[in-house]
Design a binder for this molecule. Sequence first.
Ligand code: XMP
Length: 522
Amino acid sequence: MTDTSHDRLLIIDFGSQVTQLIARRLRELNVYCEIHPYQKVTGAFLADFAPKAVILSGGPASVIDDGSPRPPASVFELGVPLLGICYGQQVMMHMLGGKVETGHGTAEFGRAFVTPTADHIPLLDGWFTADDDKEQVWMSHGDHVSEIAPGFQVYGTSPNAPFAITADVARNFYAVQFHPEVHHTPNGAKFYENFVKLAGFSGDWTMGAYREEAIRKIRETVGDAKVICGLSGGVDSSVAAVLIHEAIGDQLTCVFVDHGLLRQGEAEEVVAMFRDEYKMPLIHAEEQELFLGQLDGVSDPETKRKIIGKLFIDVFQKHASAVGGAKFLAQGTLYPDVIESVSFSGGPSVTIKSHHNVGGLPEKMGLKLVEPLRELFKDEVRALGMELGLPKSFIGRHPFPGPGLAIRCPGEITRPKLEILRKADAVYIDQIRKHGLYDDIWQAFVAILPVRTVGVMGDGRTYDFACALRAVTSVDGMTADYYPFSHEFLGETATRIINEVEGINRVTYDITSKPPGTIEWE
Ligand code: XMP
């Protein structure tokens, strides 16, 4: 739990796929909230957390089943507004004396339309805006409430959910069957706005306030000790570094590991910005020989990742130890990384790719962690970066993976191939920027393929590498769609790459979405 002076809202998670979206909707309203799994939320936890309002999330379980998840009964005694969503509604009804039944043709997955009943409550201000007085919502439930609990009234119904919107206004308890947090409930933001308004939140969770509070906390935590920070040049570590530097100045030293797998001009850009502009103590660890040497002849993707991950830790540790006496390690960990998700499958999920980070380092080096972005979502980190004055072009940069170009070079990695890849990538990104598409795309890059193809240039035969262009849209990198470039754009880009990059004579466009593909090629 975070120590914050802001009013806080507690989201009790019952395992819905979209619980994080509730938090996002609330953060957009400048309300501070935290998600905690139901197993952890005991009566004592509730008393300690002292929420100003509580939301019970959706979830896959059935309240009728023995041992199904419950919030502590004391949640109904707190005297604060309560909102139950889907499973949250069912569990409220079940615990407060109503009835929940399973299926029998009333399961609903997808779009539905809710019609208001005669009475109106402030929670529904500005709702039912459509001409025909029906509001589109998103339903996803097998069970349904068949009898509402004493004290509750119905304020909205849908053909399959007669108790779509229910409330006990006297106690400030609200319970709905649909999911107002998802995109497919178009007026959902208004719903949450009304809820936090009636709960009395002032909307004081702004980036300016966050910055001041974070700086105060960093100073309190660190005192006069030294801090080291692994700077990758990505948005998260950059914002963390600038924030910590603002808090403790030169007590912070950044280590930028150059593994020889960076994009064109990347190392120079990062060093110029942090060392020259921000005047931060920065170690530019030039370890290209070491990484490329150990990757020589390696073509298996997981082996590449493991080598890079291990070397990264060794190199970081070596340079960090040279700082002398550092007691803290700063990391750009984000909120989605720390939310403890509710797992019903029980088993470990399959490893698709081993992501590389500096996990395990703090214990090994006897360091404590400073993670000033732990409460933020990615877009909030970007907003904080703007607040801290980082250039917009830097904040809006596409994500770049830790293993760098190694995973965009299927097969063996060689220096000539990396050089070709860097040049092609630079032309591609230049094209995207020139056409004003950069900010519409989550991530775009070139992969150099381990095949040579025959071509004809002028009057001569060529036998050069083929490359693949990749561009995707995504919200969080978990799923992605390929970007629908125009044929003109693709044609122009292919011509430029073949003309400007020696070593490539064929350009393809990767039109695989994720799933079934992944964003990176390895
Ligand atoms: P995939 O390829 O798994 O990538 O669809 C999803 C997102 O994660 C990035 N990525 C990584 N980031 N270390 C990182 O810091 C890694 O090892 C790594 N592998 C993939 C990828 O660029 C995309 O944004």
